[in-house]
Write a protein of this length. Structure first.
Length: 144
């Protein structure tokens, strides 16, 4: 039992996971400069949980997507809200999203949670969760 360090196979991102609880996800501890939470950077983010929640019917989504960070704001509870651009090449049908679950974010001048830009691009606003910020491929063991 313990806490284990991991490193990305493709970059210098580092994270950790623990056997001390049932949540065995990797948490990004030290993102590399290319994948840090910064406007303009592209990061891998697990969006499947969000997409399943807002979709009207059962659809199969991949777990992680490459997104470009457009903007970062902090809400009243000091949580980070991020606006990202997802280019999905027509693999996600926005017309299948449930409009009643579209949240309006006052931090972003009352913009909705998702906005279809064109057939290949969606802008999504969400509360940032470190456990969903990940790397492209798999993690490998790493000793700090």
């Amino acid at each position: 039992m313990g806490i284990y360090g991991v490193k990305s196979n493709n970059c210098e991102c580092r994270g950790s996971w623990s056997t001390l609880d049932s949540d065995h996800r990797v948490y990004m501890s030290y993102p590399c400069s290319e994948h840090e939470l910064k406007s303009g950077n592209k990061i891998y983010y697990e969006l499947s949980h969000l997409l399943y929640h807002i979709t009207k019917t059962s659809t199969l989504y991949q777990p992680k997507y490459l997104v470009k960070i457009l903007d970062i704001k902090t809400n009243d509870k000091r949580q980070k809200c991020i606006k990202v651009e997802l280019i999905h090449n027509r693999t996600i049908d926005v017309s299948n999203f449930n409009e009643s679950k579209n949240i309006i974010y006052s931090q972003f001048d009352d913009e909705p949670m998702w906005t279809k830009i064109d057939d290949n691009t969606i802008h999504i606003i969400l509360l940032y969760q470190g456990c969903h910020h990940t790397v492209e491929k798999e993690w490998k063991p790493f000793d700090y």
